[in-house]
Design a protein around this ligand. Structure first.
Ligand code: PGA
Length: 251
């Protein structure tokens, strides 16, 4: 793994397993230091294919090294609207399948925006309030969408945006279609943490893998900061980590 300067930002570039170990080291250090203080660690987590090997590394550390998640409060970034928690494509289900079922997190400490809410605006406000009540997010993991979204903050999302109901971009729906057996089955709306919500996390890490992300990753890291590429707002965060495999970095 090497440090690479891209514009004003420093990125960590390497093999996926090295990146995942480095990310897991950060989480492990946080969990241990919070446990020492007798306080919970508040993690912001992401779905998608990008973090899967990282979650596998956390599970391995839990199983083989006794890393405990009993002191973790988690908040996921986003959730599709209308699927219900038992739908296998819901982010609730994905998180349990890929991480929570395999570690000792307390179910009552797991938070994912509701997929079905009578009043989505109120549900979004309550989610935002729950993050504040937990003391804010210590460590936030992000992937990046093909057009630069973080969470479901699509192109056009402002730096001031908060947790809210959003309409998914066409590209997001096309990218998700294979998992849903066709575009017509992909939800058109979601609830997502806002850009401002994400930027308030004490530490933010963005992981990107694969050549298909190379161009958008470079626009996010060294392009103009603004709503055209919501991930670019991270350039303004004082404690951001960019974790890129060689293909996403283009090195
Ligand atoms: P991916 O999705 O990890 O499946 O590429 C990332 C995202 O859309 O944020």
């Amino acid at each position: 793994m090497k440090k690479v300067q891209i514009g004003s930002q420093e990125a960590l570039v390497g093999e996926v397993d090295e990146l995942c170990r480095a990310l897991a080291d950060e989480v492990e250090a946080l969990l241990k230091s919070r446990a020492g203080e007798g306080k919970p660690a508040v993690l912001g987590l992401a779905t998608g294919s990008t973090p899967l090997p990282f979650y596998a590394e956390l599970i391995r550390r839990h199983r083989e090294e006794g890393l405990s998640f009993a002191n973790v409060i988690s908040f996921n970034l986003d959730e599709y609207e209308g699927l219900g928690r038992d739908h296998e494509r819901s982010y609730w289900c994905e998180m349990w399948k890929n991480l929570f079922d395999h570690v000792d997190v307390k179910p009552e400490n797991v938070n994912v925006p509701p997929s079905v809410a009578e009043n989505p605006d109120q549900a979004a406000a309550e989610y935002e309030a729950a993050i504040q009540a937990a003391g804010g997010i210590d460590w936030q993991l992000l992937g990046i969408g093909g057009e630069g979204h973080i969470g479901f903050n699509e192109k056009g999302s402002s730096a001031e945006s908060r947790t809210r109901r959003v309409t998914l971009a066409r590209k997001t729906i096309v990218d998700a279609a294979p998992g849903f057996g066709g575009e017509e089955n992909v939800p058109t709306h979601a609830i997502t943490m806002g850009v401002a919500t994400i930027l308030e996390a004490k530490r933010v890490v963005l992981m990107a893998r694969g050549a298909s992300k190379k161009e958008i990753v470079h626009r996010a890291i060294s392009g103009e900061v603004g709503p055209d590429v919501p991930a670019s707002f991270l350039q303004k965060h004082g404690n951001v980590g960019w974790f890129l495999d060689d293909d996403a970095a283009g090195s």
